[in-house]
Structure formats: structure tokens, C-alpha cells
Design a protein around this ligand. Structure first.
Ligand code: NI
Length: 159
């Protein structure tokens, strides 16, 4: 378990398309553990592997209040969306900024767990936003290209 360096906007790794995971080996399990540590350490609600410089289709999310309900999604694919929500969004790779983004209010996602068993997860509101935001990372897309009124600065930049 370790905290990895989070890549920031301007790093070209964030604009690349990640590769599908073929098998879950020890190295991938360590990556997933590290991604969870890194997300919790940074007080984020989601993290995608390219954000730590690894171009694999792996996402971790935790939108719970207590931060004790980690979700791990391998090769996630959005299979259904409905509705619309418009609200503020941030990204650990874009520190100190937020912007308003419109997302589906409901998404259904197919993914694999660490045993490579397929499952589906449905999310609304914040979870739907997190799922779509993180899956975008796997295709090299950042929310900053979807903001409606430009980025706003929040708080002091963190070291
Ligand atoms: Ni992000």
C-alpha cells in the first residue's frame, strides 16, 4: 500500500486512451490498493489509473460520507444513461479548480471486479457524476473540456 503521485493537467498521460485489463495479477492488485490509498489521502471521490500514470482501464470510487464504501471497476462500460444533472465538478488532476458540468443523472455501468467477475452498478446524482467522470479519464478526457462557464479557482493551491 502506497500513495502514488497524481498526474496533473498538462501531463500527456491524461490525454491517452487506456488499455483493457486482460487479467488481474498481483501487480494490478497492488495498483488498485495504491489507487484507493491515493484517493483517500487526497480526499477525492474517485480516481482513474491514468491519473497515477498507468494506462489501464481501472477506476476506484467512493462517494460515501464516511469514505468506507470503495468501489473498484475494471474495464467499466456505460451501458445506459438517463436524465441530466448540472453541477460543480473537480478533479484531483486539476487541483484548486472547479467547473460546472452537465452529466446524466442516472447511469448503468458494466464492469469486472478483482476476480474478473462481471457485474453491473447503477448510480444517480453524485455516483452517476463520478462514474462518468472517471470513465472519461480512461478515454483521455478531462472534465475541463466539458465545463459550461469556464474553470473557477477554489481555495489556495495545495503543495
Ligand atoms: Ni478526475
Amino acid at each position: 500500500m502506497a500513495i502514488r503521485n497524481i498526474r496533473e493537467i498538462g501531463d500527456s498521460v491524461l490525454n491517452k486512451v487506456s488499455k483493457e485489463v486482460k487479467e488481474v495479477n498481483k501487480k494490478l492488485l497492488i495498483l488498485i490498493d495504491d489507487m484507493l490509498d491515493t484517493m483517500y489521502d487526497a480526499a477525492g471521490v474517485g480516481l482513474a489509473a491514468p491519473q497515477v500514470g498507468i494506462l489501464k482501464r481501472v477506476v476506484v470510487i467512493d462517494v460515501s460520507e464516511e469514505g468506507n464504501e470503495p468501489l473498484v471497476l475494471i474495464n467499466p462500460v456505460i451501458i445506459e444513461t438517463s436524465g441530466e444533472q448540472t453541477g460543480d465538478e473537480g478533479c484531483l488532476s486539476v487541483p484548486g479548480k472547479v467547473g460546472t458540468v452537465t452529466r446524466p443523472n442516472y447511469v448503468k455501468v458494466k464492469a469486472y471486479d478483482v476476480d474478473m467477475q462481471e457485474f453491473t452498478i447503477e448510480g444517480t446524482e453524485l455516483l452517476a457524476r463520478a462514474l462518468t467522470h472517471e470513465i472519461d479519464h480512461l478515454d483521455g478526457e478531462l472534465y475541463v473540456d466539458k465545463v459550461i462557464d469556464g474553470l473557477r479557482t477554489v481555495g489556495a493551491p495545495e503543495e
